[in-house]
Ligand binder design. Structure first.
Ligand SMILES: [Zn+2]
Length: 232
């Protein structure tokens, strides 16, 4: 169990993060950053196989996520275990995220973009909104949660938010040296990506596109926002 983290990566479902930013996670770990994953739902509806029981799929996906995290060097994975397709913007969910931010005190919080203006996964839309709200203002003000303060969880001011898998990128990370480990980690999610070679082809092409205009070959793109506490 680690006591503090440089980065908390919050994902709606198991497997959301390896495809979008596995190369960055591996690179950060090599640089010495402590990273925690928070997995909001158990992914128990991520199949159309009528013979797969949701409870069994949830169990499998947790194991897949742990295996992928281990390959990338993530030391801790926290499962909130909401049912798939059930996230709501509730005070309870928001408080869980605030609690983790205050406990681990990261400089960076990562969320997954909700891609589309219209059609998108509702869990992604809700999670993004709740994470941004948890970062600001709720994690940073003492009177937001007096009970957390009494538990010893001081307010914490996150410095920046990175949103992975975004269509609105303004920040790029070179993953040329970590694409292979990213693909290996992604393959751990067998229930989602199967055994074929396609994930590797897709990931390389996506990484090439994300590095366009940069002075390296393969990249991952983010939307980055500094949290300007003093100005708000
Ligand atoms: Zn997802």
């Amino acid at each position: 169990m680690i006591k503090s983290a440089d980065v908390i990566v919050v994902m709606p479902h198991p497997d959301d993060v390896e495809s979008r930013m596995g190369g960055t996670v591996a690179r950060w770990v090599r640089e010495g950053k402590e990273i925690i994953y928070v997995v909001c739902t158990n992914g128990d509806k991520g199949t159309n196989d009528p013979n797969m029981k949701p409870s069994e799929l949830a169990r499998i996906r947790e194991q897949e996520q742990l295996a992928a995290a281990e390959i990338l060097g993530v030391k801790e994975v926290i499962f909130l275990r909401y049912p798939d397709q059930s996230l709501e913007d509730t005070p309870e969910f928001r408080k869980e995220i605030v609690r983790l931010i205050r406990k681990y005190r990261p400089d960076i919080v990562v969320a997954v973009d909700s891609y589309g203006r219209y059609i998108d996964h509702r869990d992604h839309r809700i999670a993004l909104r709740v994470i941004l709200d948890a970062v600001f203002p709720y994690a940073g003000y003492i009177h937001s949660y007096p009970d957390l303060f009494e538990e010893g969880l001081q307010p914490h001011r996150v410095k920046e938010v990175l949103i992975c898998g975004t269509q609105d990128p303004n920040y790029y990370i070179d993953i040329t040296d970590t694409i292979d480990i990213k693909i290996t980690a992604l393959r751990c999610h067998k229930s989602q990506v199967g055994d074929g070679a396609r994930p590797a082809e897709w990931m390389r092409q996506w990484a090439k596109n994300s590095a366009e205009g940069q002075d390296y070959e393969l990249g991952e793109a983010f939307h980055r926002e500094e949290v300007r506490w003093s100005l708000i």
